[in-house]
Design a protein around this ligand. Structure first.
Ligand SMILES: [Zn+2]
Length: 172
């Protein structure tokens, strides 16, 4: 649920996956929220009670399952590119890590108890950085700025390398 922080992770991932369109990297970081959207639509999960446990989309166990599933699909679609599969899986799982740091997000959700480890009724965890407005702003904007900077530096590096190759070709 940490709105912009997941985008920051997607932007920064360009550094380790320079050939992948950044929109795919960002989408991967939001897969868990998209799954939540589907469950919400079908009435399986909600936040009506002011909690955000949502074990089927955001629980630790199911997050590992979704990450492995997406990683496996990308591995298969990319003609068994192990690295692509791992990056996709880790990006999906980064959602849980960020949410673990941010929840319980008491500033936004009054009854937030954190993320489920397994399913309904299982213990919940979270470091609760978004407990205060200040923590939330530092987390959201600080991470977004860091992500944009890493992304910009990566684009700059890619351009510089391209130019070097062009120069090299011209010399031959
Ligand atoms: Zn989320």
């Amino acid at each position: 649920m940490a709105a912009m922080t997941h985008m920051a992770v997607g932007l920064a991932a360009k550094r380790i996956a320079p050939k992948t369109p950044v929109i795919l990297l960002i989408l991967a970081a939001y897969v868990i929220d998209m799954i939540w959207g589907v469950f919400y639509y079908f009435g399986i999960e909600s936040m009506a009670d002011g909690t955000t446990t949502n074990p089927w989309s955001h629980g630790l166990f199911m997050s590992l399952v979704w990450s492995a599933l997406v990683g496996g699909i990308v591995f298969w679609v990319s003609h068994k590119n192990r690295r692509a599969g791992w990056i996709a899986g880790l990006l999906v799982f980064s959602h849980w890590v960020i949410d673990f740091i941010s929840h319980p997000m008491l500033f936004a959700f009054l009854n937030d108890t954190g993320l489920s480890l397994l399913f309904d009724g299982s213990p919940t965890v979270g470091l609760g950085l978004w407990r205060t407005e200040l923590g939330m702003n530092i987390g959201e904007y600080g991470m977004l700025v860091a992500g944009v900077i890493i992304y910009a530096l990566t684009l700059w590096k890619i351009r510089r390398e391209k130019k070097a190759v062009e120069l090299e070709n011209r010399r031959e």
